[in-house]
Design a protein around this ligand. Structure first.
Ligand code: URA
Length: 241
């Protein structure tokens, strides 16, 4: 990879700013000052330093976002703000994308990464990665609904869902529930409730596989996954291969 690209990716400014650093003799490769921005460097075997500080090169970025409502789970959109628009330029440099989609009005856990393999594994229907949602339902959710979801319900297009685990937190004219499903059909939670004659009025994703939404994140905030969170996600995926 070109040295200027590597340094720009790691947050040392634009390529122009990186050129300034090189001019100032601030950059070394394996201890030797380099001034040529176009030089190729292999961060796996060569040590790049800026002002004596070793640059820890990472290829991948893994972010957990508490997605706010009103924002689209996509990399770009002609009309609406996307979750990628909410990231700072340094994170955007990595060209990350959201792993799966939450509806525009859905809140909660969204993993954003540029690791295509991890994303593929998490989204593959074969891996049965469980996703847990919290929802408010207009109408009384009942034991019959629990049974129906356990057996699988027929959606409006005739698709019969895999078993879902429904937990009633509060039942009444407005009910509070948690639902765990292992699929990710379009609008699945909303359509599952429609199939039993009820309407989701608020939806928030709480977890995806071993990854649990950090409740300290305000809506729209994000942070990098911890090493433990990432290792656990990768481990889960391996087990199911
Ligand atoms: N199910 C839905 O209906 N919407 C979402 O955003 C996620 C799951």
């Amino acid at each position: 990879m070109r040295l200027d690209k590597l340094l720009a990716n790691m947050g040392f400014g634009s390529r122009k700013e990186v050129k300034q650093l090189l001019k100032q003799k601030a950059v070394t490769i394996d201890g030797e000052v380099v001034k040529d921005a176009s030089i190729h460097v292999n961060p796996e075997v060569q040590q790049v330093s800026v002002y004596g500080e070793v640059v820890q090169y990472t290829e991948f970025i893994y972010l957990m976002m508490n997605k706010p409502p009103g924002v689209i789970s996509a990399t770009e959109d002609n009309y609406d703000q996307t979750v990628i628009d909410l990231l700072d330029p340094l994170a955007q440099h990595f060209k990350p994308f959201p792993v799966g989609r939450l509806d525009k009005d859905t809140e909660g856990l969204l993993l954003i990464t540029n690791d295509g393999q991890l994303a593929h594994n998490l989204l593959s229907p074969k891996k049965h990665v469980p996703k847990t949602y919290y929802a408010l339902i207009d109408g009384e959710v009942t034991e019959e609904d629990i049974e129906a979801f356990k057996l699988g319900v027929e959606l409006d297009d005739g698709y019969v869902t895999k078993p879902g685990e429904l937990v009633i937190l509060k039942s009444g004219s407005t009910s509070e529930i948690e639902l765990t499903i292992q699929e990710g059909k379009f609008h699945q939670v909303k359509r599952m409730f429609e199939s039993v004659g009820k309407k989701v009025t608020y939806l928030k994703r709480l977890s995806m596989g071993s990854l649990v939404l950090d409740e300290n994140l305000e809506l729209g905030e994000y942070r990098e996954l911890t090493e433990e969170e990432l290792a656990s996600l990768q481990q889960n995926n391996k087990k199911k291969e």
